[in-house]
Design a protein around this ligand. Structure first.
Ligand code: AHR
Length: 539
């Protein structure tokens, strides 16, 4: 018997096929003004972070192939993936999980390769976890791509001593026994740890704890898991180093507006003894699903209505950040505690024929568009959202890169991250935007979404997403203090919103150059339907 779910999918596909490809094609005239003299907060480069978990082929196969692999590699880390990631200037990599972090024991993954401990990855399909990719391999990887570490320690099934020892092993520069062991394993100088995640989703896979239980444990980790690297520690607990490691505690469940957890965490923070323990961030995880719900919708072959639902659900990120930030504002009006959106992205039905617990999915133009909307949302909340990590980097969920043995492809989401590089550490500039409207069934959305910023070199950059899959947009663009002469950058679009890159045709969705010149004193950006455009505005 045909299930209700299958019937709904068939109906949605039939409706999509029946819809005219360009039902509405005229371009509404919209306007955008960048308030160049009103510099907002810095868009912290860490919001362009990535999440890499021991899950499916996210690490093994996707990043690590081993030194004896026929696939080109440096010390076991695949060179094609490293080269692609370098171009993204990935600021931080969150590792080793996710749920996996809560059963990870760092000692299993250090020392000679033939003495590493093999376990089962019970979070993700009971497959063998050989621990050949451990602490040294992770730091080698992030050094190769030019990034920094955002480590998550095991609060649920590990011990406080184990976490403190790991931090000492990684960061101590004095000749402690653990620092000497690190040196004997090939690394005399300490590494830096930018963020320390104190557990992962402790209300679910991280121990199913109540907030009160979590707070009592978290305080001990915040107090005793020391970063000893002299670049990050003053050596005096009364003086916090400007580069000090940021401790990120588990925050609320990001897919609802229940603020009890946030409230309890911020009360604990308010009562902190800052010379003994504090936290600098709250974790916030939120995945996006479509009409069928998280983990159910197909990666391709979806209807326009399903596309609109994904966009609408993505805007839920904005609403929920606002809700939780408002609670944080009551305790922390100066926004000392960041919201770290260190897991987000589109969570689709797994690719047919793959292990469903490997969370492998294709990545379409739609997903690139949703990535741009999420990045715009984070930028608009730049005063509170200072770290984010898309889930995940390679081969898992909304990834940057897909690999198949020796083959690799770059996804539309990858290209959006590459186009947004100028926004790293740029100053947010407010805009006046006539957003227009795009309707699909009973869903009403803005036609365009945009952010502007002044980059670290002083240049003004604009990112504009035309959400409408059918109509182009014409946007008359101005700067408040000076006439703008031209816009130069890149645009990402494709024939269909569900267009994807495949191993046989890896350039179906790829950015192309975009230029617009002012004429008659006005600069008009003509944006194709379903597109992301990032340009530098030249006065
Ligand atoms: O990213 C996949 C999983 O989603 C992570 O392991 C977990 O933290 C979240 O629930």
């Amino acid at each position: 018997m045909i299930s209700k779910l299958v019937r709904r999918t068939i109906l949605a596909l039939a409706l999509a096929a029946a819809a005219p490809a360009h039902a509405q094609s005229s371009a509404p005239a919209l306007s955008l003004t960048v308030q160049t003299e009103l510099a907002g907060p810095v868009i912290n480069r860490d919001i362009f972070g990535q999440f890499a978990e021991h899950l499916g082929t996210g690490i093994y196969g996707g990043v690590w192939v081993g030194p004896r692999s026929p696939i080109a590699n440096v010390r076991g880390i695949r060179s094609d993936v490293v080269a692609a990631l370098r171009a993204l200037r990935v600021p931080v990599v969150r590792w080793p999980g996710g749920c996996f972090a809560e059963e990870y024991h760092w000692r299993d993954g250090v020392g000679p390769a033939n003495r590493r401990v093999t376990r089962l990855n019970t979070s993700w399909g009971n497959v063998l976890e050989p621990n050949t990719f451990g602490t040294h391999e992770f730091f080698d990887f992030i050094e190769q791509i030019g990034s920094e570490a955002s480590l998550t320690v095991n609060v649920a099934s590990g011990t406080l001593q184990e976490a403190a020892d790991w931090l000492e092993y990684i960061t101590a520069d004095q000749a402690t026994t653990l620092a000497r062991e690190r040196a004997a394993n090939g690394r005399p100088t300490p590494w830096r740890v930018k963020h320390l995640g104190i557990g992962n989703e402790s209300w679910a896979c991280g121990g199913a704890m109540t907030v009160d239980t979590y707070v009592e444990r978290m305080k001990l980790y915040a107090m005793f898991a020391h970063n000893l690297n002299p670049e990050q520690s003053s050596g005096n607990r009364f003086v916090r180093s400007p580069n000090a490691m940021q401790r990120i505690a588990v925050g609320p469940m990001g897919d609802d507006a229940n603020t009890d957890w946030t409230e309890a965490m911020m009360q604990a923070w308010q009562r902190r003894d800052r010379y003994r323990w504090s936290i600098e961030g709250l974790q916030f995880h939120r995945y996006t699903g479509g009409p069928l719900g998280v983990m159910r919708d197909p990666a391709t072959g979806f209807s326009e209505q399903a596309y609109a639902t994904f966009v609408q659900n993505t805007y839920g990120m904005d609403r929920l950040i606002s809700v939780h930030s408002a609670v944080m504002d009551r305790y922390d009006p100066d926004k000392q505690v960041m919201l770290s959106v260190d897991e987000f992205g589109v969570w689709l039905a797994p690719t047919a024929g793959t292990n469903p617990l490997f969370l492998q999915q294709q990545n379409s133009l739609r997903d690139g568009i949703l990535a741009s909307l999420n990045l715009n949302i984070f930028a608009r909340h730049a005063d509170r959202v200072r770290m984010a990590a898309v889930a995940q980097m390679v081969n898992v969920l909304q990834s940057m890169i897909l690999t198949d043995n020796e083959r690799m492809l770059l996804t539309p989401t990858y290209y959006v991250y590459r186009m947004y590089v100028p926004f790293q550490d740029a100053h947010f500039l407010p805009i006046d935007l006539d957003r227009g409207a795009y309707r699909s069934g009973d869903i009403e959305l803005p036609q365009v979404d945009a952010i502007a910023a002044r980059a670290t070199d002083g240049a003004i950059w604009l990112a504009v997403t035309n959400i409408d899959p059918n109509r182009p947009a014409e946007i008359t663009t101005r700067l408040t203090n000076v006439a703008v002469r031209s816009a130069v950058g890149e645009v990402l679009s494709a024939a269909q919103v569900d267009s994807v890159n495949t191993f046989d045709d890896a350039n179906v969705v790829a950015p192309r150059g975009f230029t617009a010149d002012a004429s008659g004193g006005a600069l008009v950006l003509r944006l194709p339907p379903k597109s992301v455009t990032v340009v530098r505005l030249t006065p």
